[in-house]
Design a protein around this ligand. Structure first.
Ligand SMILES: Nc1nc2c(ncn2[C@@H]2O[C@H](COP(=O)(O)OP(=O)(O)OP(=O)(O)O)[C@@H](O)[C@H]2O)c(=O)[nH]1
Ligand SMILES: [Mg+2]
Ligand SMILES: [Zn+2]
Length: 348
């Protein structure tokens, strides 16, 4: 196994430790680079290759960024290495399912433009997801050239979470990406997350990914055209790996209570001072939250955002849990039906 080559695509000791020594030499290690309908594009020590999705998924569902252990002979996945981080949302639509975006991402660039797309509550939403995933968030504000006071926007975003890193740039200029290159060094995997048209693929190109398609946003509403349609992994000249994502239309929070509590640690701390532990923060006596809003210590917008995202998270985590339980019950039911059928066949 050529470890040096694998390290250039994000291989780390924590993955190596998961391999049984006996299998070394008899297997191929590869990283999921893209998913195209029936085919999965993989990156290994010897370069890119494709395998049918059934072979790739024979050790479980896969996501871009996953590490697979494949048989050397027919490239069937025998193990999906344990994920260090996992970025997912609740799948859109009524169905209570989660949708995995990407696995084993170290840093997430939360990309927003300084113009129409700028929205503090949206940052809070993305941030909760990033922290829940176990990745490091960096906010990237693009289109500074179209904004009269980017520094003011930057200060607003910095207040969303203490210590949050925020970079502002013209994503078309590669000489402005220096601050971001620090996150894209050897062995590092970075993913771009944001609405359509904010400049994710433009930024990827400026960081040195190869010629990703970009397109002008629509004039009438400033929205993007969903130019990027598949998630894909790209090698950067700085040594890291970058995942460009399609623009996100709707980001429904999945079960992510910890991520939310981390984003809103200030609100959680204030609420701990309410007289009653089940305070509704809506006129109850001794409510520390209401007092903080009145005194100006807590922003009404931030509190409303906390309430909204908490309710959404609680609702979705309930429905996801119900779905899991149903799946398990169905699984048990089908297994018992199969067992009964086998028994019948044996008796006949
Ligand atoms: N003026 C200016 N234009 C930018 C900047 N960044 C991106 N653009 C333009 O914005 C448009 C959309 O950029 P894309 O890179 O395609 O956006 P995207 O986020 O990848 O969009 P999707 O693939 O649809 O999700 C293009 O016309 C870019 O040239 C910037 O910093 N300044
Ligand atoms: Mg794009
Ligand atoms: Zn209260």
């Amino acid at each position: 196994m050529d470890n040096h080559q694998l390290r250039t695509i994000g291989w780390k000791p924590c993955f190596e430790q998961q391999l049984a020594p006996a299998v070394l030499g008899t297997v191929v290690i590869a990283r999921v680079s893209a998913h195209y309908g029936g085919q999965v594009l993989l990156l290994g020590a010897a370069g890119e290759f494709r395998i049918p999705v059934q072979l790739a998924e024979s050790a479980g569902e896969i996501a871009v960024g996953d590490w697979l252990v494949l048989t050397a002979t027919d490239h069937r996945a025998v193990q999906r290495l344990e994920r260090q981080t996992l970025l997912f949302r609740k799948a859109s639509g009524e169905e209570p399912k989660r949708q995995v975006f990407a696995a084993n991402i170290d840093t997430i660039f939360i990309v927003s433009s300084c113009n129409e797309d700028f929205n503090l509550s949206r940052f809070e939403r993305y941030l909760a997801l990033t922290l829940q995933a176990g990745a490091t968030p960096v906010v990237v504000l693009t289109k500074v050239d179209l904004c009269s006071d980017p520094a003011a926007l930057r200060r607003q975003v910095e207040q969303v979470h203490s210590g949050l890193l925020v970079e502002t740039l013209d994503a078309r200029q590669s000489n402005q990406t220096d601050a971001l290159v620090a996150w894209c060094g050897p062995g590092q995997t970075v993913a771009l997350l944001g609405s359509s048209g904010v400049g994710k693929s433009t930024l990827a190109n400026s960081l040195g990914a190869r010629n990703l398609a970009t397109a002008e946003i629509r004039e009438k509403d400033g929205k993007g055209r969903h130019t990027t349609t598949t998630r894909s992994l790209h090698l950067l000249p700085s040594g890291g790996v970058l995942v460009d994502n399609p623009g996100i239309r709707e980001l429904q929070l999945p079960a992510c209570e910890e991520g939310l509590r981390e984003v809103f640690d200030d609100v959680v701390q204030i609420a701990a001072g309410c007289r009653f532990s089940n305070c509704s923060h809506d006129g109850d006596a001794g409510c520390a939250v209401m007092a903080a809003i009145k005194s100006g210590d807590l922003d009404q917008r931030r509190f409303d955002s906390f309430q909204k995202l908490s309710a959404e998270q609680a609702h979705n985590s309930r429905t996801l849990a119900e779905r899991r339980e149903l799946d398990q019950r169905n699984g048990r039911y089908f297994k018992s039906v199969l067992k009964d059928r086998r028994r019948l066949r044996e008796v006949q």
